[in-house]
Write a protein that binds this ligand. Sequence first.
Ligand code: S3P
Length: 427
Amino acid sequence: MRSVLVSPAAPFSLSISKIASDKSISHRSVMFAMLADGESEIENFLRAEDTMNSLEIVKNLGAEVQDDGDVIKIVSHGIKEPFEILDCGNSGTGIRLFCGLLSSAEGHFVLTGDKYLRRRPMKRVTAPLRSIGAKIDGREDGNLAPLSIRGASLKAFTYESKIASAQVKSCMILAALNADGVCRYTEPELSRDHTERMLQGMGAELEVDGLTTTIKPLQGLLSPLKIRVPADPSSAFFFAVAAAITPESDVILEGVTLNPTRIEAFKALERMGADITYELTDNKYEPVGNIHVKYAPLHGITVEDNISWLIDELPALSIAMATASGESVVKNAKELRVKESDRIATVVTGLRACGIEVDEYEDGYKITGGTLHKAKVESDGDHRIAMSFIIAGLQCGMEVSDLDCINTSFPNFFELLQQLTQIEFRD
Ligand code: S3P
């Protein structure tokens, strides 16, 4: 298994314009183009494994795709029954949103993914979809992929979700667009809202009132999407932590979505003492801008609210917590257990290997800040775990193995990291 040796970083001052494009928005852009009348244009699409799988799937569903390497143009001819099995790779967003999109389409569809995705829970989408008439099944009574869908008529619904999940919400919004009446979806806490913003921008009749989204069924097709995908705050955050833990360092992260449901981890890092400023540069579908992060001594904090707003950044935030003075606590984050890995277990094991005292809870952990020590950490096939411990290596040196997963979200990660330190790969 390939591994990387990372050396400690000297102080740095950088501006990064090539942070990977936003994964959530990239997935949605190609899926939503299937609902449009005319040509959608997507600039700065994330060319990583997860999102390229979604693009391949829309081709298999009959879309005409032109890609000049810069702009992707998509013309949909309605959803066609595919010849192929639809492979979502490692992506929970891919498989769960396609379930919503395909449940009412004419034909038979089989969705699957890699060995990690095939062990993640799908009942959270298959149960509400079945309750409105979807014909969807999979291993363990529809909880595990491969999933098979036979498109069916869907009934209007009022659904109160118990989990704050943008994947479940988006799946049900997509289903609602083809239901037989007005639908209402309520979540316990606001999760990321790209689906609502993008579909509204395309002309869908969708209203958001607090935690409830009301969706009217489509009368016809939507306007095509014309979007430049901003940089991904979840990817940018690795370099934010790098600057926040390296004395006399700072980084400007350019063109990142500043959607409030996505930048909570930066706010948490600010609460820990980091010096962070935001500059708005654009506002179409989403606020977009630059984030400037400067080193300052960090102290421990508790993170327990709006967890879905920073769920993907918690592994990297835990590296900052490990170097901070005092204790940090993460609570209400049980969802971490069903991400690309069990991220409570992988964070706790990795930090302990680096000599940090950590208490594990069912829904989080307590980290006692200290000094990170060089260790050998395995990613368990999880991109965010791999990148988080590589960033920890900027303090103390690190060997991280099982790296291929980084290509699911951030293929140019090492190219950018090389500006900060020396790295050496081993087979
Ligand atoms: C995502 C939503 C989140 C997040 C995932 C991407 C999305 O998952 O963890 O990386 O694009 O909707 P949940 O909605 O399941 O929390």
